[in-house]
Design a binder for this molecule. Sequence first.
Ligand code: GLA
Ligand code: ZN
Length: 681
Amino acid sequence: MNTSPLFPKVKGLLHGGDYNPEQWLDRPDILEEDVRLMKQAGVNTVTLGVFSWSVYEPVEGEYHFEWLRKIMDRLYENGIYTILATPSGARPAWLDAAYPEATRTSMKRIKNLHGLRHNHCITSPAYRKLVKKMDERLAEEFGSHPGLILWHISNELGGECACDLCAEKFREYLRARYHGDIQELNRAWWTTFWSHRFNDFSQIDPPVAHGEKSIHGLNLDWKRFTTVNTRDFLEAEMAVFREKTPDIPITTNFMHLYAALDYNQMAKPLDVISWDSYPRYGNPDVSLYDCSVENAFDHVTMRSFKKDRPFMMMESVPSLVNWHEYNKPKRPGVHRITALQAIACGSDTVQYFQWRKSRGSFEQYHGAVLDHLGRSDTRVFRDVEEVGRILKSVGEVAGSVVKAKAAILFDWDNRWAIEDAAAFSNKTKKYEQTCIQLFGLFVKNGVEVDLISSEESFGDYRMIVAPMLYLLKPGVAERMKKFVEGGGQLLSTYITGYVDQSTLCYLGGFPGDGLTELFGLYTEEIDTLYPKEQNAAAFLEESPIQGTYRIRDYCEIVKPLTASVLAVYNDDFYRGTPVVTAHSYGAGKAYYAAARLEEAGMEAIFRQMWQDAGLETKALPPGVEFHRRIKQGAAYDFYLNYSDEEQTVEPGTAVDLITGKAVRGKAVLPPLGVMVCRVQP
Ligand code: GLA
Ligand code: ZN
């Protein structure tokens, strides 16, 4: 049986999740039962210690780890490995009473009181010191435990703090960024506007709710600083384990596309990426397929942070959560297909929040493998058991990765800058949704695609889509040119290259920084449409792409220089002017879609690009998602049928690892059916 290179001790894929035995220490019968049922469910890994601080250290300096050792030992004897979290996600009451600086200050500049979680000032030296002490103790106590496979730093790091300590650290960050020169900052932030010039860094405050929020450069730098400071906190925790247990890998769990931290930066120091997946399945307005494409976008974002290794789905739920607007259990079959979707996208784990429902407090109704009912003959438990069985039978995929030859640029600085721009329409900017929608076209056509920041290398790709790349970081335009020059197929859209990294507009035409030359055009105006309005893009007879496609939300009026016009607007005063263009540049081609075309229109352009890039598409039936994972000498094709009808797929000559049966040519997938096929690479 193969193992994931991340976890050489564990055979195959990881199955398990958050386990909080500290809530049940007075119920040894329940703790015994847990281990028995974990084995029954095919659980081979649990995450311990998330939020255990007040049990580890009930009063300052008095540590209690015996209970954890007992549990880790017993789990290990039963073949269950431990991911051990540091408890810094929530603090005991004594800590806040003794060290009030540890508590967070909101962006209203109001100091929070004790309570909740993720309620700390990550700058606070007192808090950092106590966390360090705790981490040192954990490393000493458990670093050499044979059951330990991974450190899990804190939990879902996030949020921002506007206390005096954080404000001062922000000023330090700005001093370094602007070389101690306040005039450099004034220029970058364009502070002469509204007379906002600063004479000294000490005059600058975070963009708090009742303070300065009108300077885009300030807002953006604050977000950057929050990421830098949070990463610094993460790395400070990591340093303890790097020193004391250099062989144990380290992760922290991310939250979807969490907007407040640049996960590209947060990902860098980690050994493995993990994230918590809670899609809103069961909403009658969103098909299971559409909901799953969104979830795939998150999976692929995570996988793309470290393309050379699998990632982890650290949390998911076999039934329902307690924090959606409407909390619906997963319908029969949905757990299986979504668990395998994670694997298909490159995860080596299916883990849950949580193993057993809490009896009280805030998450007592959040789904878990085991209910308050306590029985293992429930639908949910059986679903988990089934997933456990399937993960065993497909275990050989562990360690394999997805290889994509196309990428979509998805960039946090850009998200922040577009969001903050006082322009366009706040209702329809929809940067994330636009990226997800274009990603969906790749999924629909069975083309693997990475989701990368604009700072990452474009080297290995043949096609890049850069939707709404409003902010251009230094060097990005140049690399886009090189990419196309070298034979790449590139597509950019409306709202590209308006500002530089400080949010200063480019002069002399958008898209700026030399991109007018790459696309062979410039933008003169942008028309923001009301929801009732639409336009259309009509492809010209001589264009290789054909058809007329609806346009909503945004229409840029562009002036071609050297670009060839593929489609023109159908309506309004700019009727007949270019809306889709292509520009041969070196050995490649740069496409510009100056308006928000309906999906079919973008798909028509992509078809041409896939063909020119030499990327193979797959004829997939409606509602079927496909992925391929590869490792030395083997390839695994995943087919996931989200539709409520049977669908025929064509795996060719393969072995279905779930059934163990040989497949030749076509195969029929029942509704919610999944196939994991070993094929010749
Ligand atoms: C997050 C947290 C968990 C739990 C779940 C509930 O992912 O990490 O502790 O609160 O949400 O869905
Ligand atoms: Zn603070």
